[in-house]
Design a protein around this ligand. Structure first.
Ligand code: FES
Ligand code: MG
Length: 576
């Protein structure tokens, strides 16, 4: 068949790849490829370009996503890498989610993004796919979608932002956003100064510069083996970020395993080990449960997080658990530096995206140098269990607390509940001078779980009531079925499961009830008799509903936090 006819140049060649993948046959395969080629030639391609391995590149750039503002440059670098290795790069868009521009919450849309990612990878002809993401929900959504599609895939993150400077102090989104806003609320700084801070908190493209959810998920992608070692931490605006892009392009052009060939229970255990050593985001617990839930035959539960946490010390000195920023971790050697320190606790024989094992990849990394960001196992920042899993009659399905970022004095605490029925009730009353509350009270926020407030907002970080904040109270025990930002800290019990809106015991808590938190015993108890709890729950009938659209699909399908808040129909089937 003469080249240029639109028909495959190598019709007797190797197994179909490139444009021949996933052909819709109108009962005539050759006609289908003829049509497909005719159309894509409209974009100016030659046969030489088209008769190659095709690498899809997921473009999540958006005018509403400043975290991904380096996307055009990064895609250029990736395309260069793909072409240097002789394949054809084809970028395509999917949904993009930014934390501040995704109403009602980005979490509400994470599963939608995962469906978009999965189905566009399936629908379009590609031999491999490069997932470019970064802002909080994007990496988990991409991993969930790519696992379900199971096309050879690699994760590339946009990289963290650099730090800014306010009156000589380094600042960065978004632990410092909260710190400065707290000072503004308390009247310590004025409106002019808070405006100046706002100009410095996000001084470049890239994801939040602390160990929030975006940084945590970027680092965990390396530990899972789905991103190359050393790819998570280079800043978004650095030349190294572009070299990482080029390298990943080359990798995808030549060979790449499928997610199902890399991700095992052990690779998730490696990721959980790193999560604990990072003092990483509590959101990563929900995301990892959702990502693992997409893998047939891999069962990861909340108990895995607690079990691994008990033997994994906190090694990384980054905000909010410590003092530094992502650019400091990059300069200290990034994730390979942490994994080297953690080596005795890792499964080093796990396969990674390069085809080599984690152990082999670590050997290939530059040797370590003196630095103060990543501690050795022998002198950690804290002994273990940065993230602890609590259970008890208030959270039979589990709850999560980040004890590396809370006041130690509150780890064992008994106090009386001050209950808020939802976010509106909280907004209306938290600063009311007549609110019956003192520093020993336990603030309880109901109905912000996956169904109760669709999207499970990051409202679990309940503010300290103004009258107490002004007296200098910095931390209190707070309990909810919602989430909190990975950049926040405090004695905040999150993801209480089952949630209040589906009749979980959290719904039974009333003002004045005694609640006991004992982190060492991993216990969260409502000191009310089981009969009374059952009786109180009988009267509660909150059933959030929607009549149409994605919200209806969401409410009918979303699972509880202990199953990653994925949709029931998206999780892997047991017999797959
Ligand atoms: Fe995008 Fe923080 S807002 S990572
Ligand atoms: Mg966040």
């Amino acid at each position: 068949i003469p080249n240029g006819s639109g028909l495959p140049a190598r019709s007797n060649g190797p197994a179909p790849t490139g444009l021949r993948k996933g052909l819709t046959a109108y009962g005539d395969t050759d006609f289908s490829i003829f049509l497909r080629k005719a159309f894509i030639k409209g974009a100016g391609y030659s046969d030489d370009a088209l008769d190659r391995r095709i690498v899809g590149i997921v473009n999540t750039g958006s005018g509403f996503n400043p975290c991904h503002a380096n996307m055009p440059q990064l895609i250029d670098a990736v395309q260069r890498g793909v072409m240097l290795s002789g394949a054809l790069p084809v970028p395509f868009p999917t949904i993009s989610l930014h934390e501040s521009f995704a109403h009602p919450t980005s979490m509400f849309l994470r599963n939608l993004m995962s469906m978009d990612t999965e189905e566009m990878i399936r629908a379009q002809p590609m031999d491999a796919v490069i997932l470019i993401g970064g802002c909080d929900k994007t990496v988990p959504a991409q991993l969930m979608g790519a696992i379900s599609a199971d096309v050879p895939a690699v994760q590339l993150v946009v990289g963290p932002m650099v730090t800014g400077s306010h009156r000589g102090t380094r600042v960065g989104a978004c632990t410092d956003c909260r710190g400065y806003w707290g000072r503004y609320r308390a009247g310590e700084i004025d409106i002019e100064e808070i405006g100046q801070v706002g100009n410095e908190l996000v001084p470049s493209a890239g994801t939040c510069g602390v160990m929030g959810t975006a940084s945590t998920m970027a680092c965990l992608s390396e530990a899972l083996g789905i991103a190359p070692l050393g790819s998570a931490c280079a800043p978004a605006n650095s030349s190294q970020r572009l070299r990482v892009g080029e390298l990943i392009g080359k990798l995808a052009a030549t060979s790449l395993p499928r997610p199902s060939e890399i991700l095992t229970k052990k690779s998730f255990e490696n990721a959980i080990t790193l999560l604990q050593a990072l003092g990483g985001s509590t959101n990563a617990v929900v995301h990892l449960l959702a990502v693992a839930g997409r893998m047939p035959g891999v069962e990861v539960t909340l108990d895995d997080f607690d079990r691994i946490g008990r033997k994994t010390p906190l090694l990384v000195d980054l905000k909010p658990s410590g003092q530094n920023y992502m650019e400091d971790l990059h300069k200290a050697g990034g994730v390979p530096c942490i994994l080297r320190a953690l080596a005795p606790l890792l499964h080093l024989d796990e396969k990674t995206v390069t085809g080599r094992t984690l152990g082999e990849e670590l050997q290939r990394q530059p040797s370590a140098w003196d630095q103060s960001i990543v501690r050795p196992l022998s002198t950690p920042l804290a002994p273990g269990s940065s993230l602890a899993v609590l259970r008890g009659n208030l959270a039979p399905g589990g709850a999560v607390i980040k004890q590396s970022a809370m006041s130690p004095a509150l780890r064992s605490h008994r106090g009386r509940a001050v209950v808020f029925k939802g976010t509106e009730d909280l907004t209306n009353r938290i600063d009311d001078p007549s609110l019956k509350v003192d520093e020993t009270s336990v603030l309880v926020l109901q109905n912000i779980g996956p169904k109760g407030h669709p999207g499970m907002p990051e409202a679990g970080y309940i503010p300290i009531p103004r009258k107490l904040a002004q007296r200098g109270v910095k931390d209190m025990v707070r309990i909810s079925d919602g989430r909190m930002s990975g950049t926040a800290s405090g004695a905040v019990v999150l993801h209480v499961s089952p949630e209040a809106a589906v009749g979980g015991p959290l719904a039974a808590v009333q003002d004045g009830d005694e609640i006991e938190l004992d982190v060492a015993a991993r216990s969260l108890r409502l000191l009310v008799s089981e009969e009374d709890i059952t009786e109180r729950l009988k009267g509660i009938t909150i059933k959030p509903t929607a009549t149409r659209g994605y919200r209806k699909l969401y409410l009918e399908s979303v699972l509880q936090a202990d199953q990653g808040a994925d949709f029931d129909f998206l999780r892997a089937c047991a017999d797959e």
